[in-house]
Design a protein around this ligand. Sequence first.
Ligand code: PGA
Length: 250
Amino acid sequence: MRTPLVAGNWKMNGSRASVKELINGVVDGAKAINGVDIAVCPPFIFIADVVAVTEGTNVAVGSQDASTELKGAFTGETSVEMIRDFGCKYAIVGHSERRTLYGETDEIVAKKFGVVKNAGLIPIFCIGETLEEREQDITEEVCARQIDAVFAAHGENAFEGSVIAYEPVWAIGTGKTASPEQAQAVHAFIRAHLAKRNADIAEKVQILYGGSMNPGNAKELMGQGDIDGGLIGGASLKADDFLAVCAAGQ
Ligand code: PGA
């Protein structure tokens, strides 16, 4: 059995004060939750404050991105070593907002995936189709292409010890959730696609659903056989909502 993972993606939200309140609330409530891996991914500048609260608790921390480069003259970038040094366990790579708003190609995302893993961090590798691609009925092709870029760069065992988040772009921040059946169908496809390279790794990879997951739909989504948790945006900004989603994974 795979342990579910519920990860909050705070995106570019919060102030120093509001983040303190949020993380204290999450850590407090998480004490009562067992059998679910829990993580929060704050903006870089808040990571140190958040880790100061989560250290020694069952709440892990991740970054929302990582540089492709390891060090040097890359103004504005944050390296995987820095991310690890500040106590992160995870790094989100290839979120659709990075892909569409910041021009991250499959190849750039695959490179990030590799540097994150090499640093001993766990990549939360995001994939998913746009509305247009779903309407063209090419959801599976799009997900396969995004995954295959990682296989091409890092070999057959690339996904060992990593996490995948399936996030249909049309469901992110829109209030439109994929139905449990729709999501499960894509998750099963993703696992089968991974299994073509290595069945053992495919069985172990946590595949999260992301896109308007909330306390009202989390249980049904996570009840599907291949949905192993969630990557939560909007609903992760309120401790009670986020904790309710975490509890739904129990
Ligand atoms: P949402 O975002 O839960 O607000 O739809 C999910 C994500 O972008 O990771």
